[in-house]
Write a protein of this length. Structure first.
Lengths: 228, 69, 346
């Protein structure tokens, strides 16, 4: 086994993954003391809403797209799905506002910002494909209107909002996979880089540098940045 | 308009199946529900910024103790 | 330091850590959000306005149906003149020299005369008068077909316009109150009145809904044909206006009834309310391009000078980290944490 070890792709992938995200970084049990605001709750709230969306959506998918129109329980799960979507965008937008005003891309966290922004932008067509898959008047209206915007930029040539079969496939499979992959990348990057430290005030920087001159710098512990 | 039986089937406490009340302000025309959602976001954001986060004593102890738990 | 990489004095955190249960927090969050979603579902439910059908359209607005059908036949309807991706009868929208709609081509061909009128009428059995009218229409030169269509459609259009403007209706269009059939007084209409009367009958029976959907294959999930036909007419517009879903009312953000809709589309909807987009024939592509640029800018905020510096200038961060700032400035250095990574080879 040791002879093939150096060329093993499995070993290379595993070592890279563990180096980037050792277990205590992936699932930390501590977070920096500056994580002390309710604004940090909106990232996990967004993920929680996404879990509720996917769970209720799975039940709707199991029963097929017509179920919710003719049973009370089906309509109830559709309602949960709809309100979870409202909560998802609500939490995501408040999370985005918080992260912007924290300038959370600092300290090498540009990719965290980028994956988050792209997640929001992909969530919008994910919702749109859901709206046009409802098979009711709302779906008729939204699809006949949205087609004009999409056709004007040529996207309508291969993404037809009036084609229920295509839109349902995008909504139930393709776009949720994209959202989950993006959210996972976003969260793993936060785990890797840690939650962004506070913007340091000038007065604190001056007094900190006076204190630092006395003690040699020590490397930071395994970054147990957490929260969101 | 929706079928009367649907209201019974849905069993909602509040029936929102009537045309929306539209809020007009200059060139902005939005249904009340959307205005409430957007206003709630701003209010919740402000609340999140101002309301103290629990665990201050634990954090102060961590700072005094210094370092990772 | 460069434009793309600003001065960034953010150092890795070397200060204190507090205990934190990530898995418990995630479970609590899922529980809270699930309960909130269930509560909202119980309190407010969700909307489900039944869809319109071509049959309903033909019964509720017969004159509008026949007027629309006539324009589909003579190639002057919205769909007939749309251009790509449905046909080559228009160039579509453009922004300066950018003709994306035209460049991406016709991927979903629709011939409105054949697909919406002649094709469905051919399926009507045991009607020699209709089949003779169809034969006469198809044998005629294009110029004659157009003249017949226009002669038939003009009184209908004048009637519709008079109704919209609240003026007295011209007496050239009448609807039988018992049968719902439309009569148009006009000359030089050729076989068009017979065709339109038959199409209205077929539509009222529900046969046209099925014909438009399954004309090419039995199993079908593509509703483009019936939807575009209905969108050319007035029923969907009428229902949308009742529900405040029109574009001039920020409609793309809205939901039927009094439910919240897609509030996150506010910026996309905003452009349609202001010039130069509001009255432009190319409003859609212009708005999409603006939103495309803004979306790229949103993703690229960390690289945009000014925008990336605003958080420092408007110090909302002082509220978020006020406890940290109130604490002593230089926390003692943390002892190195023993690396507990297991040997992957064991």
């Amino acid at each position: 086994m040791s002879g093939a070890h150096e060329s093993s792709w499995t070993v290379k992938v595993r070592e890279k993954a563990v180096a980037a995200l050792p277990p205590e970084k992936l699932l930390p049990d501590g977070q920096p003391t500056y994580v002390a605001s309710w604004i940090y709750m909106f990232g996990v709230a967004s993920i929680a809403a996404l879990v509720v969306i996917i769970t209720s959506g799975t039940i709707l998918a199991l029963k097929g797209p017509a179920w919710w129109h003719y049973t009370g329980i089906g309509h109830f799960f559709n309602s949960i799905h709809m309100w979870a979507v409202e909560l998802f965008f609500f939490a995501m937008v408040v999370h985005l506002w918080g992260k912007y005003w924290m300038a959370a891309w600092r300290g090498g966290r540009t990719r965290v910002w980028i994956t988050g922004a792209i997640t929001f932008l992909v969530a919008v067509p994910t919702a749109l494909t859901g709206y046009v898959s409802q098979q009711n008047f709302d779906a008729q209206w939204i699809s006949t209107q949205a087609k004009d915007g999409l056709n004007s930029v040529g996207v309508g040539a291969f993404f037809n909002v009036t084609n229920f079969g295509q839109m349902y496939s995008y909504h139930v499979l393709l776009l949720p996979i994209a959202v989950v992959v993006l959210v996972s990348a976003h969260v793993l990057l936060v785990r890797r880089h840690g939650v962004v430290p506070p913007i340091e005030l000038k007065a604190r920087l001056v007094s900190a540098s006076a204190g630092e001159a006395q003690a040699p710098p020590t490397p930071p512990p395994a970054t147990v940045g957490a929260g969101s | 308009m929706s079928h009367p039986a649907m209201t019974a089937v849905m069993g909602a406490v509040f029936n929102l199946n009537h045309p929306a009340h539209v809020v007009h302000w200059h060139f902005i025309k939005l249904p009340l529900a959307n205005v409430l959602v957007i206003a709630s976001m701003l209010v919740v954001f402000a609340i999140a910024l101002f309301v103290p986060f629990p665990g201050a004593a634990r954090r102060a102890a961590a700072r005094r103790g210094g370092g990772a738990p | 330091m460069s434009l793309l990489h600003p001065k960034d004095d953010t150092k890795p955190w070397m200060g204190a850590y507090q205990p934190y249960d990530l898995v418990k927090e995630a479970c609590i969050a899922v529980g809270v959000i699930a309960l909130l979603a269930i509560l909202l579902a119980v309190l407010f439910s969700s909307p489900d306005e039944k869809p319109s059908t071509v049959a309903q359209w033909a019964r509720q607005l017969p004159a509008n149906f026949v007027e629309t059908a006539a324009t589909e036949l003579d190639g002057t309807s919205g769909t007939a003149t749309y251009g790509p991706p449905y046909n080559h009868n228009g160039e579509g929208q453009h922004a300066a020299f950018i003709y994306l709609q035209k460049w991406l081509g016709v991927s979903h061909p629709i011939n409105t005369a054949d697909d919406y009128v002649i094709g469905p009428l051919r399926t009507v059995p045991n009607d020699p008068t209709l089949q003779a009218a169809l034969a006469e229409y198809q044998a005629a030169p294009q110029k004659t077909q157009k003249a017949w269509g226009e002669a038939y459609a003009t009184p209908l259009e004048e009637d519709a316009q008079a109704e919209e403007e609240g003026k007295p209706l011209p007496k050239t269009v009448s609807i039988d109150p018992h049968t719902g059939m439309v009569s148009v007084q006009a000359t030089g209409t050729g076989p068009v009145p017979v065709m339109m009367t038959s199409l209205l009958s077929l539509a009222r029976s529900g046969g046209l809904d099925g014909s438009l959907l399954t004309s090419k294959q039995f199993f079908q999930t593509d509703y483009t044909n019936p939807l575009l036909f209905m969108a050319d007419g007035g029923l969907l517009d009428q229902r949308a206006e009742e529900q405040h879903l029109g574009g001039d009312e920020w409609g793309m953000m809205n939901e039927t009834g009094s439910y919240p809709g897609q509030a996150w589309l506010w910026l996309y909807a905003l452009w349609y309310q202001i010039e130069p987009f509001k009255n432009s024939e190319n409003a859609d592509i212009l708005v999409m391009l603006v939103m495309g640029v803004l979306s790229l800018a949103f993703i690229s905020i960390p690289f945009i000078p000014g925008v990336r510096d605003l958080p420092r200038k408007i110090p909302i961060y002082k509220l978020i980290w006020r406890e940290h700032y109130a604490a002593p400035a230089s926390p003692p250095p943390a002892p190195p944490r023993p690396q507990a990574v297991p040997d992957p080879r064991s």
